[in-house]
Design a protein around this ligand. Structure first.
Ligand code: UFG
Length: 324
């Protein structure tokens, strides 16, 4: 199994580069397919083959898939929640059409297995906590909707064709490889920790905390932060599972632990020894007070539990990269 050939689509991106690193460490033969729109060539590894290509290029995907792969990891997507509400056409085209191009090229070339990057944004405002995979899907953004649509296409394909998938619904991805091997920081991230780092490093004068009147211990929102290396390990486990038993699943990747915005800022101040310049601002539209999920299914099906549970250690991996 260790010589299996894997095509990582979006393998030069933030999560994709960590997945590629983890697959290489397990002895898989990896080809990266990426249009380098947000992915970066400095995140490509010497040991991988690289194909520059777009997921909207169906002919190219068909040509590449004809090389024959044991499995595909599909991480190529537009992922900015706010942007998806301003330009849904872009998200429909890139995420939905692009994914269908990938799956069709797989089926046409007898490539049977895919691990798909899905999202906690599929759930919307939690109706109960901790969330689990059975929670109703009520996305608050078009971005979240696109991911559910893609899961549904995969579900139908898996019923009709020799096609198997594992959709991994990520919670809040954070951190970088602790050994410093991933050098390209995600560009223009609008997520909390990268913004706090922008302030700490002087690229941004001040940040805003969106709401301090939530019904949470310190009034700020709680999120379930999962380290990117833990996410990467889950992809390797998902590939192994698919290659072994050819069954399809949807699985949350979460820690079960909530960290508030203020706790994240405190952690950054402890780790860096610097003060974060922030102010309280009104709530951001569409932000649920708490998003936390258990990981029983990931444990049961993938043998996966997150290794990073300490927020300071998570922040440290991001700070290491900034210090470089
Ligand atoms: N926040 C601030 N100030 C900022 C940025 C964020 O207070 O400048 C707060 C947000 O209000 C929220 C928390 O920090 O309470 C986390 O916000 P992020 O924007 O980092 O992340 P979200 O929880 O909104 O969403 C992220 C991804 C989604 C994914 C989701 C899964 O962006 O794609 O996690 O839980 F679906």
């Amino acid at each position: 199994m260790s010589l299996a050939k894997i095509l990582v689509i979006g393998g030069a991106g933030y999560i994709g580069s960590h997945v590629t690193k983890a697959l290489l460490a397990e002895g898989f033969a990896v080809t990266v397919y990426d249009n380098l729109s947000t992915g970066q060539s400095c995140n490509l590894f010497d040991k991988t083959a690289f194909i520059a290509g777009d997921i909207l290029d169906a002919a190219k995907l068909n040509e590449v898939m004809a090389q024959g792969f044991d499995a595909v990891v599909h991480l190529a997507a537009k992922k900015a929640v706010g942007e998806s509400m301003e330009n849904p056409q872009l998200y429909a085209r890139n995420n939905i059409n692009g994914s269908i191009n990938i799956f069709n090229a797989m089926i046409d070339n007898n490539v049977k297995n895919v691990v798909f990057s899905s999202t906690a944004a599929a759930y919307g405002t939690p109706q109960y906590l901790p969330l689990d995979e059975k929670h109703p899907l009520n996305p608050l953004s078009f971005y979240g909707f696109t991911k559910i649509e893609i899961e549904r296409v995969m579900d139908w394909y898996s019923r009709i064709k020799d096609f198997h998938y594992i959709a991994l619904r990520y919670f809040n991805a954070v951190g970088y490889a602790a050994d410093g091997t991933i050098r390209g920081k995600e560009k223009n991230s609008q997520n909390l920790l990268p913004i706090v780092m922008d302030v700490i490093c002087g690229r941004r004068e001040k940040m805003q905390i969106f709401g301090n009147d939530y019904d949470t211990p310190d009034g700020t929102c709680l999120r379930d932060y999962v380290h990117v290396e833990d996410l990467a390990r889950a992809h390797v486990a998902a590939i192994k599972k698919l290659l072994k038993d050819s069954q399809s699943y949807i699985i949350n990747l979460s820690t079960g632990k909530g960290t508030s915005v203020l706790e994240m800022i405190d952690a950054v101040e402890r780790v860096t020894g610097r003060k974060v310049n922030y102010e309280f601002a009104p709530r951001r539209a569409g932000d649920p007070a708490v998003i936390v999920a258990g990981n029983e299914l990931a444990q049961k099906l993938l043998g996966w539990t997150p290794q990073y549970t300490d927020i300071d250690k998570i922040v440290k991996t991001t700070w290491n990269l900034e210090e470089k």
